[in-house]
Write a protein that binds this ligand. Structure first.
Ligand code: SF4
Ligand code: FES
Length: 247
C-alpha cells in the first residue's frame, strides 16, 4: 500500500475568504501519525499560516476538535492509518460554531452555555463546606463521576442536530455539567440551574438522537444526562408554571 495520502484541509482566512475552501496536500504518512501530526507536517513543510488549536496531544485538553471525513473527532487521537484504505482525508472546523480562522472556531458561545448553568458547588449555608471536611461515600461520588470526565472538546455540539437548528440551544456538554452538580450531595443550587434548563433554549428541544454520546471521546454520555435531567426537571417546571398562574 502506498504511504502517500491526500489531506484536504478546509481553509478560511477572515477578511479574505467568503467561505471555507479546500486546499489539498499530498503527504507521506506513517503508522503512528495522528491527524494532528499530519497538520503539523503541512504547517512545517507547506503552509506556515495554517491555523489550528492543540495543546496536550493526549485527549486531555479538548482543544483539537475537528471534523474528519464528516465526523467530529479529536485530531490527536485520530490516526491517518484509519483512512488509508479511503485514500483521502478531509479536515474541517467544527462549523456549528463561528469559524475564526482555518480550523479554529469561536468557543465563546460554548463557554457562555457552560457558565449559564453555574458549574460550581452552590450551598445555601456558605460555611457548610468551609467549616469541615465534607466527605462523600463512593456511592455518592459514583452518581456524578462520569460527568466530570468532560474535557470541553465541543464535539458533541458539532454532532447535535438541535444545535444546527438553534445555535442558542443549551446543548449536550452544558447539560451534562449541570446534571453533574445537581447530583452532587454537597450542592443546593438545583433550582437556579433548572430555571435555565427549563427555559426556551434549555433541555426540552433535545430529541434524543444520541449522536452526541457516540462522538464523545470521554464516554460522558451527554444524551443520557439530558434524559435524566428532563425527568428531574419536571417538578421544577410544574412549580414555575404554578407560580406564573398565581401571579
Ligand atoms: S461531553 Fe464529551 S463530546 Fe461533549 S464536550 Fe464533553 S468530552 Fe467533548
Ligand atoms: S491536543 Fe489536547 S485533546 Fe487533542
Amino acid at each position: 500500500m502506498s504511504n502517500t495520502i491526500k489531506l484536504e484541509v478546509m481553509r478560511y482566512r477572515p477578511g479574505v475568504d467568503e467561505k471555507p475552501w479546500p486546499q489539498v496536500f499530498d503527504i507521506e504518512w506513517t503508522q503512528d501519525m495522528s491527524i494532528l501530526d499530519a497538520l503539523a507536517l503541512v504547517k512545517d513543510d507547506f503552509e506556515p499560516e495554517l491555523a489550528y488549536r492543540w495543546s496536550c496531544r493526549m485527549e486531555v485538553c479538548g482543544s483539537c476538535g475537528m471534523v474528519v471525513n464528516g465526523e467530529p473527532k479529536l485530531a490527536c487521537s485520530t490516526f491517518v492509518r484509519e483512512y488509508a484504505a479511503v485514500g483521502k482525508i478531509t479536515v474541517g472546523a467544527l462549523d456549528q460554531f463561528p469559524i475564526e480562522k482555518d480550523l479554529i472556531v469561536d468557543a465563546d458561545p460554548f463557554i457562555a452555555k457552560l457558565e449559564s448553568v453555574k458549574p460550581y458547588i452552590i450551598n445555601k449555608n456558605p460555611r457548610a463546606l468551609a467549616d469541615k471536611e465534607y466527605r462523600q461515600t463512593p456511592a455518592e461520588l459514583a452518581k456524578f463521576k462520569q460527568y466530570t470526565m468532560c474535557i470541553n472538546c465541543m464535539l458533541c455540539y458539532q454532532a447535535c442536530p438541535q444545535v444546527g437548528l438553534n445555535a442558542n440551544f443549551l446543548g449536550p456538554a452544558a447539560t451534562a455539567l449541570a446534571h453533574r452538580y445537581n447530583l452532587d450531595n454537597r450542592d443546593t443550587g438545583r433550582a437556579g440551574r433548572f430555571k435555565v434548563m427549563n427555559g426556551e433554549n434549555g433541555i426540552w428541544p433535545c430529541t434524543f438522537v444520541g449522536y452526541c454520546s457516540e462522538v464523545c471521546p470521554k464516554h460522558v454520555d451527554p444524551a443520557g444526562a439530558i434524559q435524566q435531567a428532563k425527568a428531574a426537571a419536571v417538578p421544577f417546571w410544574a412549580l414555575s408554571n404554578l407560580k406564573k398562574e398565581e401571579a
